[in-house]
Design a protein around this ligand. Structure first.
Ligand SMILES: Nc1nc2c(ncn2[C@@H]2O[C@H](COP(=O)(O)OP(=O)(O)OP(=O)(O)O)[C@@H](O)[C@H]2O)c(=O)[nH]1
Length: 417
């Protein structure tokens, strides 16, 4: 016998939602979309079966209690997310609401369900993607950051904890330049961004929360608003302190004489050439002197190579006592050294060298139970306007040194035309 609402069923069936009617908990009617949701080929596959056969076990208790409540007080259930299992065993996510209904004269339950499975899958996927992105972001060695046009930090990644020792919220809202020990570094960075719109591996330094200054490398680009106005900078920076330390150490090893710690031949000649260029530009004076230990071969032969090394190291220490920080001092090789005294003339230079020679005359060495001293000969020259390179001065100083050796050693000779 048709019930008073039965005429509606056909109309409901046209709705773009899944519709199911259950009498005594058993499915009595399903529309095509409900069929689709539950992956049934024909209504008969579903009719007569319990509603709860299709509810995912985890959602079963809650669904049963909601439907029981509806049967008691008759108030329609608001839309709620429920997980279903289709006939093929696939998980379907629906948002369902239910109400009482009279079906063929019998009290029944009408359930309308909106299929959210695809949406749910997209959400899950997005959540997974977001989680992986967050993980990447969290474990990133670099610090992501974004500033506004005034250089105020708008966003900073969690890497800042490791690199600068601050929590991201402590940095956000502050000026990026507050963390630069040298304002010129920040100025150079801003200029590069202005000139090129981006920088890659740009060097700089920052101060950590514990006060330690670290070396950083920045790769960033300028941001612009919709009107094309400069709106800030976005990019990453990374801590390169260790790399810089290694680079400095490599440079030190490449430019230092390992025995005495002063400049090696190559580094000395490079710096000497710079000095000469500077003197030529400003018409200033410099004096170049080669210092050579006397009869050094005999020291090695008599007391051994290690004793010879000790003499070389001691000589450098003694000479340094008489030289100024600004004087250039290097080892040309073997027992041959070179000094460049800037902005000076022969007279004061001679006095400096004489003091070095005097120190060596009074420095006693003791090996194999014997005490001995080592003397030093020197040959010097001044720069001339026509000196185009440092080799010219070295040649002249070498000739003067030869003269000093010939004249009896332990003395200084000056180059004469
Ligand atoms: N112990 C030591 N000896 C070195 C080193 N480099 C070079 N020599 C030695 O220094 C000696 C230099 O000898 P020579 O060039 O003949 O000069 P010299 O004996 O000082 O004689 P004059 O310069 O004419 O006074 C050689 O025996 C080299 O083997 C070094 O790093 N350590």
């Amino acid at each position: 016998m048709p019930g008073k609402n039965d005429g509606d069923v056909d109309a409901f069936s046209q709705l773009p939602v899944g519709l199911a009617i259950a009498v005594d908990g058993l499915l009595a009617h399903v529309n095509p979309i409900a069929q689709q949701i539950l992956e049934a080929e024909k209504p008969d596959d579903l009719l007569g079966r319990s509603l709860f056969d299709f509810v995912e076990p985890a959602d079963l208790a809650q669904t049963q209690s909601r439907l029981r409540r509806l049967a008691v007080d008759g108030t329609p259930n608001p839309p709620t997310e429920i997980r279903l299992l289709s006939l093929r065993g696939n998980l379907r996510v629906v948002v369902a609401s239910s109400r009482m209904y009279i079906f063929q004269g019998t009290p029944a339950l009408m359930i309308a369900a909106h299929d959210m499975t695809r949406m749910h899958q997209i959400h899950e996927q997005l959540r997974d993607n977001e989680q992986s992105l967050r993980q990447v972001f969290e474990s990133m060695q670099d610090v992501y950051y974004r500033t506004d046009a005034q250089g105020v930090v708008q966003m900073v990644g969690p890497g800042v904890r490791r690199v600068l020792g601050y929590e991201p919220h402590e940095i956000i809202g502050r000026k990026a330049e507050d963390y630069y020990p040298h304002p010129v570094d920040r100025d150079a960075f801003k200029q590069a961004i202005r000139d090129h719109g981006e920088v890659s591996d740009f060097p700089g330094q920052m101060v950590r929360s514990d006060g330690q200054v670290i070396d950083i490398s920045i790769s960033s680009h300028a941001l612009f608003d919709e009107n094309g106005n400069f709106a800030g900078v976005e990019g990453i920076y990374r801590d390169v302190t260790e790399r810089k330390m290694l680079e400095r150490e490599l440079l030190r090893l490449a430019t230092t004489d390992p025995l005495t710690g002063i400049a090696n031949r190559r580094a000395f000649l490079e710096r000497a050439s710079e000095h000469l260029k500077h003197c030529r530009r400003y018409g200033s004076h410099l004096v170049l002197i080669i210092l050579d230990l006397d009869h050094f071969k005999a020291i090695n032969d008599r007391y051994g190579h290690v004793a010879g090394d000790r003499v070389l190291v001691r000589f450098v220490d003694e000479a340094k006592q008489e030289l100024r920080e600004t004087d250039l001092f290097g080892r040309l090789g073997g027992e041959e050294f070179c000094v460049i005294l800037e902005q000076t003339t022969i007279e004061p230079a001679l006095k400096t060298i004489e003091r070095i020679q005097q120190r060596m005359r009074t420095t006693n060495f003791e090996d194999n139970g014997e005490r001995y001293t080592v003397t030093v000969s020197a040959g010097g020259t001044e720069n001339l306007p026509e000196d185009a390179n440092i080799e010219r001065l070295l040649e002249r100083a070498d000739k003067a040194l030869y003269q000093a050796k010939n004249d009896g050693r332990d003395r200084t000779a000056w180059y004469q035309e």
